[in-house]
Design a protein around this ligand. Sequence first.
Ligand code: MTE
Length: 608
Amino acid sequence: MAEADHRILNSQIKLGSQYYFYMETQTAIAVPDEDNCMEVYSSIQCPEFAHDTIARCLGVPAHNVRVKTRRLGGGFGGKAVKSIAVASACAVAAYKLNRPVRIYMDRKTDMIMSGGRHPMKITYNVGFKSTGKITALKLDILIDSGMFVDVSPILSDHMLGSLKKYDWGALSFDIKLCKTNLPSRAAMRAPGDVQASYIAEVVIEHIASTFSMDVDSIRNINLHTHNSLNLFFASAAGEPLEYTLPSIWDKLASTSSFYHRTKMVKEFNRCHKWKKRGISRVPIVHEVKMRSTPGKVSILRDGSIVVEVGGIEMGQGLWTKVKQMTAYGLGLVKCGGTQDLLEKVRVIEADTLSVIQGGMTAGSTTSVSSCEAVRLCCKVLVERLVPLKQRLMEQIRSLEWETLILEAYRNSVNLSASSLYVPNFSTMHYLNYAAAVSEVEVNLITGETTILQTDIIYDYGESLNPAVDLGQIEGAYVQGIGFFMLEEYNTNSDGLVIINNTWTYKIPTVDTIPKQFNVEIFNSGNHKNRVLSSKASGEPPLTLAVSVHCTTRAAITEARRQLVSWSGPNEASSTLVQLEVPATMPVVKELCGLDSVQKFLQWTIAKN
Ligand code: MTE
């Protein structure tokens, strides 16, 4: 702070919650089984944890419980912990009544009990040079964790991972979890990351608006060099060539015609009174952590393959990637028909007694680590099959997959392999990089915000499946738009969620998504420390949606500048527009001036 030419002190921002809005609400079925056992079908992201809790609730050994999860109708973090209570209650009822019991939540109950994203209150002090280069940032963050600690302690790590996307010089922070009268919070997609990404951008925008500087150049000047990245992230930063953000940043400027469109936006704003536009380019750095995950691959007599993994399919495409990895891994045996193995693979439900140590599907690394667990199994199976294949090839010229497997059965080759993938220190942490340019148009009369165009470039290393990963970027980004622009999840003074149905809770619709949506995968190439060189896809793109909020703020700033020109300097100051999250229509309308038409008419009459 002492090195700074200017300081902004004690500025405050607030952030609200967000509901997961999975299509399938929380549900479970419990079926009593012989020998005092209980079989529970649960819609949960971490069956292993439900398993342990159910055993404790029933007072039976863990081997008397079996939790099965085939797939979820969406999870988004809301079925990580909250589903444990639902599954356990269901099991207790079934145990007492000794008959099958099913629970499913209606939407209202689900919305009330599920907790949602963590609201927070942030106070920041920032020091910077006259050039816009930041020298120090100090943050005090109060996180509303609700009435029970739940998974809230993970929040601070997540926040720091995303906050450090800029080189703050010196960074000091105090993050406190607060106990309140609200439902306890869970880890909604990009928990803490999305809020941190927002805080970083508010600080940058505040500096720009205080000195009427160009916000894009403030972003530019504060992006990390590889040296500063190393200081902030240590081992996760990797080698200089792995730091792809500067290339993405420049590439996006040219593919989205950013500078040209910035001029066009200025021109548009000059010519239009009742509509204003904004355009912003925003970077993200997102730290992820790999976790251990089990896998099991078995080849049946007819050559078909059955796969079990720790990860749960919830729409993120985990099964698709696992199937591909199995076909690839077993294909290395190289005999007739191995190119068509994909059709022979079936991924089956997670079963906590069949594959143990499943852990939780979270943090955007489960698909990848499940793939790696499967690759390890396939490696073992290929090593068992290759000697037999070589022996058989001495007798026959061509060998089909089905024949090889039949012979393996006859020769008692073990055709089932299981593994536990455990990442080592050098593979555990890495950084994801991406950037987005968003352009919006704000209607000053109604407060409506239309997203005209979004361009995203996202570094996937080498994508395991570009179709799935593109879907993840688009979906996450749109869910982020919901958080920043639409979804009010209010509570009353007793802490009860009052917006608790589909009438009042507004998620993004087909009208909200960008009119033109260009997403590009940046293949940064081989990397020996990552699973087939891939990178995480599920959560990081959500944080890019902050660009829509920044852009809306820019358009509102233009509207307020115009208002000042009509009403004189007392009307609105040119410093940072405090735009709430979510920036809903009434919020935007109010900031643009509820009486802007009146002001315009008075100004016109006075002028004449
Ligand atoms: N995509 C869909 N369609 N449905 C979901 O529930 N969950 C998200 C993301 N994408 C989700 C999704 C969340 S919260 C996470 S953590 C990641 O997927 C999980 O992806 P992974 O299997 O790579 O860890």
